[in-house]
Each structure stands twice: as C-alpha cells, then as structure tokens.
Write a protein that binds this ligand. Structure first.
Ligand code: FMN
Length: 360
C-alpha cells in the first residue's frame, strides 16, 4: 500500500507555488494526519533545499515535493503581447524562457530523497520514475485527461493526481494546445475520476473545486483514495497568500475563469480587469509571459494581479490548518454517513417494505 493510500486523514494540501505553500503549511497538514506537498516550482535548487530542511525541522512526518516539468519553447505572439502590456501603461519584465531549474531540482531530490515527488505540466520519463523509485520515493503525476492517465501509468507512476477543470491556478495539461483557450479538453472532476479509473489500476488523488468535507466524501465515493485541496488552504494563517489575494477570496465578489493572460499557461483565477482586458490576446508562451507579468503582479493591485482560485472558492474558510483539517474530516464523515443511510447501507434488502410491495 502506498503513502497516499494509507493516510490517517485522506486530506492532501496541494503544492501552492509562488510563496503560498510554505513549510509551515506542509508541517501543519502532516501534524493533522494528512499530507502536504512543498511547491518546488519557481524555486532554485538552493531555495528548495532550504525549504525541505525547514519542513524537516518542523515535522518528522512524511511530506512530498512537487516539480514543474519544462515544456517546449514557443515565441509566437510574445513580442506583440509585450507591446500590448506597455501600451496599457505596465512595465513588463523580460520574456525569459527557462527550464525552472528542473534538472538541478531533480538531482537534489535523488541525492536527498523525500517520501513522494509529484509532477505537473507533463509526465516524467520512465527512467526518471525508476531513478526516484531507486532512492525510495513514490511518484505522483498530475493528469487532466484519460490519455494523460494512460501515459502516466505506462511510465510507472505510483499514483495519479486527477485534476478537474474546477481547479484553482494552472491546469496540469501535459502539452498546452495553443489552439484551445483552456489548453486542451476540460473534464469535470467526477467525470474525469470515473474515466481515469477505467484506464488505470493506480490509486487516484482527486483535485479541483473541493472546499469542504462533503466534497471530500464525494470524491472518495467516486473512487479516489484522497482529496487534494489547494484553494481551501489559501486563507489559513500558515499560507503565504498575499493580503490582496486573501481579500479577494474573502469578498467572493466575482466568478473564476481560465486564462493565459498572466503566465501563458491556462490557469483559473478570480475575474479582474487585467484578465478581462488581456486574456483573448495572450499567447500560449509559458514561462515567458510568467516572467513578463511578474513585476506587474508584484505590485499587489487586485485589478492587475493573478488571484488564483478554484471554482468553489466562495466556500473558503479562514482557519488555522489543524482546525480546518479537523472540520473537513468531521464534515466528510457526516456526509458519508448520510450517503450510506440514503443507500441503505447495512439494511437488509429483503426486509425493505418497498422491496416487498413491488415484488409482486
Ligand atoms: C495558488 C495556487 C498555486 C498552485 N500551485 C501549484 C503547484 O505549484 N503545483 C501543482 O501541481 N499544482 C498547483 N496548484 C494546483 C493544485 O495542485 C490543485 O490542482 C488545485 O488547487 C485544486 O483545485 P482547488 O484549488 O479548487 O482546490 C496550485 C493551486 C493554487 C490555488
């Protein structure tokens, strides 16, 4: 049985890149019996080493690290987008294309292993998966379609993170299709869980729009071994969420949409003037757009920064991690008991009055 299959609390804190998912958050989820992922994305290997050391100082429990897989370079439309931002009065950063220090971070995780490594934005090759297995790490791969699930299964992933289109921030699509505004076909979480379960024998972690215990119970009923929540943890004091982002989450005034406007990769955030203005013009050029909009986002203006959030973000609560996980588990147990009762679990079918009435 794998790590995610045997959690005391089937609650996973998603890796939250960009300074949001802190070592404190990861340690607090572990203390509550769940599992937390440190976000390796955007970090240098040195910074990731430091963050891993901090988690070790705060906790003796298992945790994971998440990495972004680098994708192919696409420059089409980048110069025009830069001109467009300048014409709107912004001072964009340089449109750098980089590999997010992926080789260095992988090397670090092979030299100083953690219990589980998860990947997004692609699928590692079988050699990489075997190397991680060789140092005792489990491997999780984020999938957003049944085809991606087949590929992840074939390379030997131990567990699949099934990400529905409801999810906050970046879609994990392995290959961003420039012709598709959402980067590829979008599947709702329950449909995707059931489709993926039909093409793989690996345990599934469900992610996307899960904000309360009823959502957790629902995905466990749909075949997942655990639920991975991102947005639900954004308002916890342990998270590094900025004040402007917290305020937008608490206000819950606008819907969420998927946009390439901030990074060049499709990602879900709360609607604001920047994405309304620029989404239709944003090319599929990650990470150049990420680097270009970085100084704009750093200004902290809610009208022009990314306000990443999943579709169900209005259900978010402002609670410390330990309390939030306890509430989520209580709610999940109540929802599961209600489901069991509606389905007559534990009731003899023969003894049911309806059954007798219609038996003829
Ligand atoms: C602010 C933020 C940052 C995220 N960063 C990452 C990341 O670094 N790596 C990753 O695999 N997923 C990341 N995600 C996506 C989550 O893994 C997960 O799919 C998503 O949060 C689930 O949907 P929910 O936000 O509605 O719970 C991020 C999500 C948010 C909200």
């Amino acid at each position: 049985m794998g790590l995610t299959d045997s959690l005391q609390s089937p609650v996973i804190a998603a890796p939250l890149a960009g300074g949001v998912g802190t070592p404190e958050l990861v340690a607090a989820v572990a203390a509550a019996g769940g599992l937390g992922f440190l976000p390796g994305g955007y970090l240098t290997p040195e910074a990731l080493t430091e963050q891993i050391a901090t988690v070790h100082r705060l906790s003796v429990r298992p945790f994971g690290v998440n990495l972004f897989l680098p994708g192919p370079r696409r420059d089409e439309g980048v110069a025009q987008y830069r001109e467009r931002l300048e014409a709107s009065g912004f001072e964009p950063g340089e449109p750098i294309h980089d590999d997010d220090h992926y080789p260095g971070k992988l090397e670090l995780l092979l030299a100083d292993p953690v219990p589980i490594v998860s990947f997004t934005f692609g699928c590692p090759d079988a050699e990489t998966v075997a190397a991680l297995h060789g140092v005792g790490s489990e491997v999780a791969v984020t999938v957003s379609s049944p085809d991606e699930a087949r590929v992840a299964t074939a390379v030997g992933a131990d567990v699949l993170v099934v990400q529905g289109m409801e999810a906050g921030a970046h879609r994990g699509v392995h290959s961003d299709d420039p012709a598709h505004p959402q980067g590829g076909e979008t599947f709702g979480l329950v449909a995707l869980l059931r489709l993926v379960a039909s093409v793989t024998d690996r345990p599934l972690i469900a992610a996307g729009g899960i904000m309360d215990g009823a959502g957790i119970a629902a995905v466990l009923s749909a075949g997942a071994v655990a639920a991975q929540l991102g947005t639900a943890f954004l308002r916890c004091p342990e998270a590094g969420t900025t004040p402007a982002h917290r305020a937008a989450l608490a206000a819950a005034k606008a819907e969420t949409v998927i946009t390439r406007a901030f990074t060049g990769r499709p990602a879900r955030g709360i609607r604001n003037p920047f994405l309304d203005e620029h989404s239709s013009a944003a090319p599929a050029a990650y990470p150049q757009l990420h680097h270009m909009t970085k100084p704009i986002r750093a200004l902290g203006d809610p009208d022009s920064m990314s306000l990443w959030a999943g579709q169900a973000y209005p259900l978010g609560r402002q609670l410390p991690v330990g309390e939030l996980v306890a509430v989520l588990l209580d709610e999940a147990r109540a929802a599961a008991a209600n489901t069991a009762s509606r389905l007559g679990v534990g009731r003899s079918t023969l003894g049911r009055p309806m059954a007798r009435q219609w038996a003829g």
